[in-house]
Design a protein around this ligand. Structure first.
Ligand code: SAM
Length: 197
């Protein structure tokens, strides 16, 4: 696994470039306020389904879509969870999820749903924060603060091993990297990459 230090925007641009020419229908799990929508703006005619259980995110995500230049009919907010995507089998070219598997109730179920809705050869693009290396001070502090984080940050876990979940989810191929954000934070390191169905 490659290790980098930097800002999230740097490697997000590289990551989302994988969509070029490969995706017309995308579902983003945990779309939140829509910070990733600007990365799809270069792809004309793309249809994006933004899934989030929090209905309050809809107006922010729709505003972000408008700012990114999406025609209103090309962005559809869906109130749902990643563990039960309201989409047919093999119906999208790409699934995107950033900083969401820390919050879902069942990581493996969410990943099975990602695989189910992807067309064969489809891409799953992810950025997730994970537990720090065992034995480090950061890992120790994460362990102590994990219950508090779940309470104050809407169910966000600090100590998940999400890269392992992704690696064992049954994808045909996987490119995964690790980054440490230069802004010191408990939410480190990040794993990011592309998995292919
Ligand atoms: C930390 S925010 C990340 C938002 C955005 N993806 C980003 O990168 O900034 C986590 C989002 O996941 C959503 N979420 C929580 N549980 C979820 C679930 N089971 N399925 C899908 N989204 C979920 C939350 O409502 C929130 O909008």
């Amino acid at each position: 696994m490659k290790q980098r230090v930097g800002k999230i925007a740097g490697y997000k641009s590289e990551l989302f470039a994988n969509l070029r020419g490969k995706a017309e229908r995308i579902v983003e799990i945990g779309v939140g306020t829509g910070p990733n929508l600007k990365y799809y703006a270069d792809y004309p005619d793309i249809l994006v389904f933004g899934v989030d259980p929090n209905r309050k995110m809809q107006k922010y995500a729709e505003a972000a879509a408008e700012t990114a230049g999406f025609p209103p009919s090309n962005f559809r907010f869906m109130q749902a969870v990643a563990e039960a995507l309201p989409l047919k089998d093999a119906s999208v070219d790409a699934v995107v999820g950033t900083l969401v598997l820390c919050s879902v109730k069942d990581v493996d179920q969410a990943l099975q749903e990602v695989r189910r809705v992807l067309k064969p050869g489809g891409l799953y693009i992810f950025v997730e924060h994970v537990a720090a290396k065992d034995g480090t001070l950061l890992r120790f502090v994460q362990g102590i603060l994990d219950p508090l984080q779940q309470t104050v940050a809407d169910g966000c876990h600090l100590t998940r091993h999400t890269a392992t979940n992704i690696a064992t989810a049954g994808f045909a191929d996987l490119d995964v990297n690790q980054a440490v954000l230069s802004t010191a934070s408990l939410i480190n390191p990040h794993v990011y990459g592309v998995a292919y169905k």
